[in-house]
Design a binder for this molecule. Structure first.
Ligand SMILES: NC(=O)c1ccc[n+]([C@@H]2O[C@H](COP(=O)([O-])OP(=O)(O)OC[C@H]3O[C@@H](n4cnc5c(N)ncnc54)[C@H](OP(=O)(O)O)[C@@H]3O)[C@@H](O)[C@H]2O)c1
Length: 310
């Protein structure tokens, strides 16, 4: 069944895939974008796909409330610095009173299940604050723990667009990590946003075929490219020193590397009977596997233009 879906941050790195997935699945789609957004080409492309573009700021309460009255589902894919600005969206959803589902800008590690180095913890604590505000307001929600954006981290770890013969390995390289292709994250996000089974639940995107260690990822890449790379290990101690000494916000990416690639936080908690894992929900859909993700890089490496690791 179709729902009217409004996406905040729809011109962003992950948001643009969500807008396209929403259109593809036949949902009337709305994007709320700042008047001074620099993404005019993308907004024009969205318009040609039939997307309704509404220009405004996050503090324009009345404008947001009247837009909310036209939609059923709200997804926020706002950038990390705007996480707390989502309090404005929550306030407007409360006033509008008709929203059937809100998905806040999570799309990473499962912040209620892990604990990490202080700079990354401060980042996650803001996302947790938004979750608690949604629950306190009684707004129906789905929290998406999408784990690692696959193309984004393949670009960062393997540097497929550059000529080089070494690859940095964070820690011993054996911790398991979940890498999901961005287009799949977007498609599954739209599916779970409108699925009654995922109302007031956390959905973890952890398909078994997308769990890989850094060392395994490098070996697969070597087989595909026919190249051999020298593994240069950045030790946990070195990473911890950087996380302690770098100024804020430069200490955040290094803390994320520690949590995800040294400690393995995307995989180091068990999913129980009460957890929802996305790949089990839709038998007719599949996540691109790590092998398939790397095939994309062999032919036409996508750029990753998102904040922290760009
Ligand atoms: N799991 C992972 O590996 C991973 C990786 C990266 C990010 N993430 C998460 O994914 C979510 C989205 O991140 P992203 O990197 O996709 O976001 P992004 O591309 O940096 O930004 C998304 C959109 O936010 C809007 N925006 C930017 N500055 C703003 C401001 N000052 N006020 C209001 N709106 C503003 C812009 O839309 P307009 O120009 O149209 O207004 C922008 O296109 C975040 O929660 C982030 O933490 C996860």
């Amino acid at each position: 069944m179709e729902s009217n879906i409004l996406i905040f941050g729809g011109t962003g790195y992950i948001g643009k895939h969500m807008v396209k997935a929403s259109v593809k699945l036949g949902h009337p789609t709305y994007v709320y974008s700042r008047p001074n957004s620099t993404k005019s080409d993308l907004l024009e492309e969205f318009q040609s796909l039939g997307v309704n573009i509404v220009r405004g700021g996050l503090d324009e309460h009345e404008k947001i409330v009247s837009l909310l009255k036209e939609v059923d589902v709200v997804i926020s894919a706002l950038a990390y610095p705007q996480v707390l600005d989502q309090l404005h969206i929550i306030e407007a959803i409360n006033v509008a009173g008709n929203i059937k589902r809100f998905l806040p800008s999570d799309f990473g590690c499962e912040e209620d299940r892990i604990s990490v180095l202080p700079p990354f913890q401060a980042f996650l604590d803001k996302k947790k604050r938004i979750r608690r505000a949604i629950e306190a307001a009684g707004i129906p929600y789905t929290y998406v723990s999408a784990n690692c954006f696959g193309a984004y981290f393949v670009n960062y770890l393997l540097r497929p667009r550059e000529k080089h013969d070494d690859i940095i390995v964070y820690g011993n390289g054996e911790a398991k990590v979940v890498l999901n292709f961005e287009e799949d994250i977007a498609m599954y996000t739209i599916k779970v946003a409108t699925d009654p089974r995922t109302c007031n639940r956390v959905v973890v995107f952890r398909p078994p075929s997308n769990v890989v260690s850094q060392l395994e990822l490098i070996s697969i890449w070597e087989k595909k490219t026919g190249q051999n790379f020298k593994r240069v290990h950045a030790s946990e101690e070195e990473i911890l020193i950087l996380a302690k000494t770098l100024p804020d916000p430069e200490n955040i990416p290094v803390s994320i590397l520690h949590s995800v690639f040294v400690k393995g936080v995307t995989m180091n908690f068990e999913l129980g009977d009460n957890d929802i894992e996305a790949s089990r929900l839709y038998p007719d859909m599949q996540f691109a596997t790590v092998e398939q993700l790397l095939d994309v890089f062999l032919h036409d490496p996508p750029k990753s233009a998102s904040a922290a690791f760009a």
